[in-house]
Design a binder for this molecule. Structure first.
Ligand code: CO
Length: 297
């Protein structure tokens, strides 16, 4: 990997870490989720990066892909278990990191520790030549040792230029794959632990989208959104909050609806634990060189 690219990844990682630290500081009882998202996303820009996706704030049995909608009134409550997942890119090179905190209690200490321990264990062995199965087994064993269940259908993943999810897939259980991690891979490892059954399902809402097979449309609002997203976010995820300044009010809804109708958008459904179990997550991004570099630590 070129030194110049490594430097971009490192910069993205440093910004992502700072942004995540800020998010942790801001999340408190009675604070609005939308205020945290806006401040954290602004911080990323202030530090010289760009958000690679909207701040994901997933509460309690929501595991991933929740971000505040326009005018969202969601407020954090005492006892909430909050997963904060930050993505930052520098010229398309992405750092992905997440942490779980609880608000004003220590009921979920062990559940939080389960995903953190699993992440540490996986990071210890992540290097070129390690098999996917070894990583998965390390994660699964640590989560089980802590008395919880790994979420089987949520995985870590590779990262690439303007690609937030690419191969290899990094399972949170031993999937028996002999596929090896390769030198030059950039991967995000993200164990999810739960006291539920260990599976997520789609909730019927989505606020996060990305362009997929953009097709021509004559609807003016849809075209405006398409042009802006293609220029500003390319193939990375975005949300309606980010488009407000470009397309106002009902026009935004109409434009998004049209883009979904012509199947030019992929939508990321909010993911919820099937049995309403509580969910914790921990995540770091690592560049697999002979000496692996954890860029988000
Ligand atoms: Co990730």
């Amino acid at each position: 990997m070129k030194e110049e690219i490594i430097e971009k990844y490192k910069k993205a990682g440093k910004i992502a870490k700072e942004a995540l630290d800020l998010a942790i500081e801001l999340v408190k009882e009675d604070v609005k989720a939308i205020d945290v998202a806006e401040k954290v996303e602004a911080k990323v820009i202030e530090l010289g990066g760009k958000p690679a996706w909207p701040l994901n704030i997933s509460i309690n049995s929501i595991a991933a892909h929740w971000t505040p909608k326009i005018g969202d009134e969601t407020v954090f409550k005492k006892g909430d278990l909050v997963k904060l997942d930050v993505g930052v890119h520098v010229d398309g090179f992405i750092a992905d990191t997440a942490k779980t905190i609880e608000i004003g209690t220590n009921k979920w200490e062990k559940l939080i520790k389960a995903s953190e321990d699993a992440l540490e264990e996986a990071l210890k062995i992540a290097k070129p030549g390690t098999t996917i199965s070894e990583i998965g087994a390390a994660i699964e064993n640590k989560i089980k040792e802590n008395g919880f269940v790994p979420i089987a259908n949520l995985t870590g993943h590779g990262l690439d230029e303007y690609e937030n999810h690419t191969s290899p897939t990094i399972p949170n259980f031993d999937n028996k794959s002999n596929q090896k991690l390769e030198k030059g891979d950039v991967i995000a490892i993200e164990p999810f632990a739960t006291d539920g059954v260990g599976k997520v399902i789609d909730a019927k809402e989505s606020e996060i989208f990305k362009l997929e097979n953009p097709k021509p449309t004559r609807q003016r609002m849809a075209r405006k959104i398409l042009e802006h997203v293609a220029e500003e976010h390319l193939t990375l995820p975005f949300c309606k909050r980010w488009l407000q300044k470009r397309v106002k009010g009902f026009g935004l809804e109409m434009g998004i609806r049209e883009l979904r109708r012509i199947e030019s958008l992929h939508n990321f459904s909010v993911l919820k634990e099937e049995s309403n179990g509580m969910v914790s997550q921990a995540e770091h991004t690592i560049i697999l060189l002979d000496e692996p570099i954890i860029i988000t630590k």
